[in-house]
Design a binder for this molecule. Structure first.
Ligand code: ADP
Ligand code: MG
Length: 575
């Protein structure tokens, strides 16, 4: 009797081992890394579980037997139901057919009624209908469904011997107790398997979520690093111990201009004060306040002069969001030297423009009283004695000179837009030539024209161009003694027309070259110093450029270039 009980216990243990064997295989599967498991050549986790359950099912059937010759000992139904509940419809059909087949193959006696009851085929519709609900349920609901199904199986198992005409009364109390224990334990075992699987799947989900999050975190960090590297600002951060924790590429490049051999790894985790020492900035008094701010970890936003550059420095403390997080500071440095220079120049220009505008307004108003004075002078001259004539003439000449200065000054203050028309530069020069010849004749000088064969049509304000040529020509004549030669030359080169006004005069010194375009700069007693600034503003209004080639004693050449579009038709002017 003892032997029978021991054998029965051994058989039960074997069934437990066989019914739980699928867990080993499934655990192996879960231990695989995420991408390996997601490999499309392999089934998904739930189908794999169904396959594992199928193996367990076969193992249970192979090891099945009978307890005390009265009740069938086969736990195949546990892995079969688990696989069916977790798997797809295909898995359910497959496991149902497999369970039926195993019951037919390994069960005895082979009668349709036994097969019907022992294969639990009658419960299959229940399993199929509950599978969807099972998948959506909580852990407790899942365990309850499993227990419900196993309770029905247990009922069939207990009823089967009665249908064979066998009676449980032939069994001893301890044998009945063992049978009851086995049935109860199978019931518990089913619930435990569900619990184990749920915990394993939950753990897996958490792990996958963490892996996904860390991947995303890495991506965000890379992204942020790339952004900070791309901005033209020097950015670095320090921790609570003043050690540099991160530094962007712009800052690294700036450091490398001062310390050529320095690498990122040398800077990272270096105390910021050591770096300042290396850069020899600790003697810079301007930086004292910044260093103090860093020590006190305060906010700072100021422009600082450092090593001849103007730096806009922003230092801001990093506030830890949670206790235990790293604080420290972030420093953003922008080199604003160029911007500062442009700003101060703009300020200067703005002041000058204002003064210029006021002067233009005032000079315009001076013209009116001057015209009245000139008119009355004319009248007085007619009425006075002839010996006073020369005095009147001098006063009127001076008034005319003052008027011409005002005209020049006002043209200088004229706005950038002037009306232009299609014209040929040669025509303008030829129209002016007699005037220049007459002027040169009086001085005993010669005017030569060296005009090229053809010139393209240019958009010119003829009145202004005449003024330009006259100004340059008169300057040239004024710079020359008698017998000097003034040459007006034109040439057409890649995309531009050039007018050269050449003289054989005194030439210009360095200072003259430097200051010639400054309004009112003149070296002549009777000069106004407005001729060249006016020329410059005319040329600029035509989108051109003016350059000078001169050296003291050997003459000067002014080169005025006008741009033209090559698609414009070239017209031919006679030289
Ligand atoms: P202004 O003729 O009234 O002096 P400009 O603006 O025309 O004023 O010229 C400014 C100065 O530039 C002149 O005083 C002269 O010193 C110098 N300059 C201009 N053109 C020549 C030239 N062709 N040769 C030498 N010096 C020149
Ligand atoms: Mg002049």
């Amino acid at each position: 009797m003892v032997i029978t009980i021991t054998t029965a216990i051994k058989d039960i243990i074997l069934q437990i081992a066989a019914a739980s064997s699928f867990l080993l295989l499934f655990q192996w599967r879960l231990n695989q890394s995420h991408p390996a498991r997601r490999n499309l050549k392999f089934p998904d986790d739930h189908t794999f579980l169904a396959l594992c359950c199928a193996l367990s099912l076969i193992l249970c059937s192979v090891l099945s037997g009978s307890l005390f010759g009265i009740i069938n000992l086969n736990w195949a139904v546990v892995p079969a139901f688990i696989g069916m509940l977790y798997g797809s419809l295909r898995s359910r059909i497959f496991l149902g057919v497999l369970l039926l087949a195993c019951t037919i193959v390994f069960h005895y006696p082979f009668t349709p009624l036994h097969i019907l009851l022992d294969s639990n085929i009658l419960i299959f519709p229940l399993v199929f209908s509950l599978a969807k609900r099972f998948k959506q349920g909580t852990d407790l609901e899942k365990i309850s469904i499993m227990w419900g199904l196993l309770a029905s199986c247990t009922l069939f198992r207990v009823l089967t011997p009665l249908l064979d005409g066998k009676s449980y009364s032939v069994l001893r109390p301890n044998e009945i107790a063992l049978i009851l224990c086995m049935l109860f334990f199978r019931f518990l075992f089913g619930g435990f398997m569900i619990y184990w699987l749920e915990s394993a799947l939950d753990k897996l989900e958490v792990e996958e979520r963490i892996a996904h999050m860390s991947e995303r975190f890495r991506w965000e960090t890379d992204n942020l690093q790339q952004i900070t590297n791309m901005v033209p600002l020097s950015i670095f951060s320090i921790d609570d111990n003043y050690k540099i924790t991160s530094i962007n590429d712009t800052m690294m490049k700036k450091l490398q201009t001062r310390l050529p051999n320095i690498k990122r790894s040398d800077v990272l985790f270096l105390p910021v004060f050591d770096l300042i020492h290396k850069l020899k900035l600790n003697e810079d008094k301007e930086l004292d306040r910044l260093l103090e701010i860093i020590v006190l970890k305060q906010r700072f936003m100021e422009k600082v002069n450092c090593l001849g550059r103007v730096l806009h420095i922003l230092a801001a403390p990093l506030v830890p969001q949670e206790p235990g997080q790293i604080g420290g500071m972030v420093l953003v440095i922008q080199d604003v030297t160029e911007e500062e220079m442009i700003r101060s120049e703009l300020d200067h220009v703005e002041r000058l423009t204002l003064v210029g505008q006021m002067a233009a307004g005032i000079t315009h108003e001076i013209r009116n009283p001057m015209a009245v004075v000139r008119g009355f002078l004319q009248l007085m001259r007619e009425k006075s004695t002839p010996d006073m004539d020369s005095y009147y003439q001098i006063v009127m000449d001076e008034l005319d000179r003052a008027n011409s200065i005002i005209t020049d000054f006002l043209s200088l203050a004229q706005s950038g837009i002037s009306s232009k028309e299609d014209s040929n530069l040669h025509d303008v020069i030829e129209e002016l030539a007699p005037l220049l010849w007459a002027d040169a004749n009086l001085r005993g000088q010669i005017v030569e024209l060296k005009l090229c064969d053809s010139l393209p049509v240019l958009r010119l304000n003829v009145k202004e161009i005449k003024q330009l040529v006259l100004n340059l020509g008169r300057n040239a004549m004024e710079a020359m003694e008698a017998k000097g030669v003034l040459t007006l030359e034109t040439r057409c080169e890649s995309g531009k027309v050039e007018l050269l006004v050449r003289d054989t005069g005194s030439g210009m010194s360095e200072t003259e070259l430097e200051k010639m375009f400054v309004p009112f700069f003149t070296t002549k007693d009777q000069g106004t110093g407005l001729g060249l600034p006016l020329c410059l503003s005319i040329v600029e209004r035509h989108g051109g450029a003016i350059s000078v080639d001169s050296c003291a004693g050997s003459g000067t050449v002014f080169i005025v270039s006008f741009p033209y579009e090559t698609k414009e038709k070239a017209t031919y002017a006679e030289a």
